[in-house]
Structure formats: C-alpha cells, structure tokens
Design a binder for this molecule. Structure first.
Ligand code: ARG
Length: 357
C-alpha cells in the first residue's frame, strides 16, 4: 500500500520533471528497500518540495492555484527541541510575511513524530462570549485553561498552543508582535469606518490540515498564501456567525435603513471589500481582489490543460463570495475528485478540540 502510493507519486513527479526511466527505477528500488527495512521511507528535499507544490495544485477549494510552483518549503522534519520548534515558527512568520510582500510558504515537520499544533491558523483572533471572533471560541477557552488571559478586545492575537513529541504537557507561546503584521481598516469615502477600529492580520497560515505525499502523512504543516479580499470583507466581517458587522458599518456609513429593498446591505458588503482592499494596499500588504483571482484561476486552468492534466475543484469554494456570477467559474462545474498529493482536514477523532470540554 505504502509502496504503491510511493510508486504513483514518484512516477508522476519524476515524469513531470523529465527524469529518465532509469532514474525513476533506481529511486523506486531505493524506496522499496527502505520500506522493507524500516517500514517507511524519507522523501528527498526535492520530493518534499515538489510534493507540497503538487498538493497545492490539487487543492480543490483554492482559487489561487496559478502560483503553485512558487511555494517555498521550510524543511523542519528534523526539528525536535522546543527552541528549534519556535525558531521554525518564527522563521515561517518572518519569511512568509516578508514585510508585506507575502510569499506562499509551508513549514513541514516530521511525519513520524510531529509536534502538535492546536490552533486552526498560526495567527487568529480570540473569541469570547460577546467579543472577538466566534470561530475561535474553543481554542480561546483552551488558552484560558492553560493560564492565558487576553486583553478582551475584538482583536486579541491568540497564543500558539502546541505539544512536542515525548512531552505530555501542552505549551503556549505568545507570537512576537513584531512578527504579526496587521492592517487597520479604513474607507476612502467613509471616514467614520476607521473609528470602528476594525483590523485584520496579513497572513492566513492554515495549521489544522494534513499533507499527504506518496503515502506519507505529514500531520503538522502550517502553510499560507495571501488573502483574497472577500475572505475578510465578506466572510470574516459580515457572516452572522463571525464578526457580523453589517449593522455597525451601516451606522458608520450613516445609512438610514437596512431594509431589504434599499439594497444597503449589499452596498455595505461591496464597500467593505473596497475598504479592506485599499487598506491592505495602503500598508503595502499583498491581497488580491476576487475578479483578478478568478482571472488567475482561468489562467491556471489553461496551463493545466496544456500540461494535459485535469483540473479538479470544489465549485462552492471556488466561486467567490462577492459577485459570483461575474466570474467564469460560476458558470461551469468541476469534478471534486481528490487527487494526491493533497491537503486533508484532520479526522474528527484526532481533531484537537479543547480537552477540558
Ligand atoms: N478563509 C480563511 C480566512 O479568512 C483563509 C483561508 C486561506 N486563504 C488564502 N487566501 N490562502 O482566514
């Protein structure tokens, strides 16, 4: 089974990279022996990098896949100590943020003995009973049980909660503020928006997925791209079960009604995208608008066709949450088959909820 998966991956990768059949055969021989001897095998750094890039290419929910070949890999497979772990996290934050010119980046820890990261993303705001991000209430409670106390604002950056292999206790780490870039949100034409004090962090670093390459599962692989504006402006800010900001923004915009037929809710959503986009740009932080992202995805589809690969996708995720019908992916379907290498949500059982609840 492992050998089968390894074979499939090595064949695909090495052929894409135009390796000779004899190179493929000798690498497969090596892997076969290694599996016979040790029960597993270790990817070369080229395999690790290319495998992670393929996983991005195969991510059905991602509209940003045009750039799959630019993914930078930090090989942290040999990280064991707390110092080395924190160093790898800090390096990721720094390199990926890159002063605002965000780089797509992934840190890959050991497949056999990975440290566990409990956070959904490396940077995320705490969620309290009636403040902050409701999506993060569970991890916030966990942090509080471990002795953390947030300032109690809507935007308290959560500490990193993790556990090292061979240790029985969770550890907690406050991210150095200078490594957490944030953007205050304002609107060019609605100066009062600024007074709401809303902001968002620059880099979305997913930390709750597995990466599978050639039969090997990497369980701790924080990875990031850059934001598409509507992820923040539509989903994070206006979903009723997230920051739910429509009414507050209506007041800041001095709209006198939110009646359905005034179309003011829709207007607010559009203007919030304008605000988030231009606030990021003003602070020189990478971000893409939904129309450009969709164009880039069309480009990706053409590239893949050229390479004679089928593009798989999850329609409900690929269609942007702002003006969906204005972009091409709304108007056709995708096969949602999951090719490997790929990123996978962790199974419920291993899902790292708060052990105290
Ligand atoms: N939607 C998630 C959020 O708002 C981020 C998911 C990844 N997004 C990205 N552009 N790479 O935090």
């Amino acid at each position: 089974m492992l050998l089968e998966k390894a074979r499939e991956f090595i064949n695909t990768m090495y052929r894409e990279l135009n390796y000779s059949q004899s190179a493929i055969d000798s690498r497969l021989d090596e892997i076969k022996n290694e599996i016979a001897e040790t029960g597993t095998y270790r990817h070369t750094s080229e395999e690790l990098t290319y495998g992670a890039r393929m996983a991005w290419r195969n991510s059905n929910r991602c509209i940003g896949r045009l750039f799959w070949e630019t993914l930078i890999v930090q090989d942290a497979r040999d990280v064991e100590t707390n110092e080395a772990f924190i160093e790898a996290i800090n390096t990721h934050l720094k390199e990926a943020t890159n002063g605002g010119k965000i780089k797509s980046y992934i840190t890959i820890f050991s497949p056999d003995q990975p440290p566990t990261i409990y956070n959904n993303q490396l940077i995320r705001y705490a969620g309290y009973e009636d403040k902050g991000d409701p999506a993060e209430r569970e991890i916030t409670k966990l942090a509080q049980h471990l002795g953390w106390q947030g300032a109690g604002t809507d935007f308290d950056v959560l500490p990193l909660i993790y556990q090292l292999p061979h240790e029985t206790q969770m550890r907690m780490y406050e991210l150095p503020p200078e490594l957490v870039l944030e953007v205050p949100i304002e609107h060019r034409n609605f100066p009062k928006l600024k007074e709401l004090g809303i902001k968002w962090y620059a880099v979305p670093i997913i930390s709750n997925m597995d990466l599978k390459i050639g039969g090997i599962t990497y369980g701790t692989v924080p990875f990031n791209g850059w934001y598409m504006v509507n992820e923040i402006a539509v989903r994070n800010f206006t979903d009723s079960y997230r920051y739910n900001l429509i009414e507050k923004v209506a007041e800041a915009f001095e709209f006198d009604t939110l009646k359905n037929t005034s179309f003011n809710k829709d207007r607010i959503v559009v203007e919030l995208n304008d605000a988030v986009y231009h606030s990021f740009k003003k602070h020189n932080v990478s971000i893409v608008d939904h129309l450009t992202a969709a164009k880039q995805f069309e480009h990706f589809e053409r590239n893949e066709k050229q390479a004679e690969r089928q593009v798989t996708g999850k329609w409900s995720w690929l269609v942007p949450s702002l003006s969906p019908t204005l972009v091409s992916n709304y108007h056709h379907g995708y096969s949602n088959e999951m090719k490997e290498p790929n990123f996978f949500y962790k199974k419920k059982a291993e899902k790292t909820g708060c052990p105290f609840h």
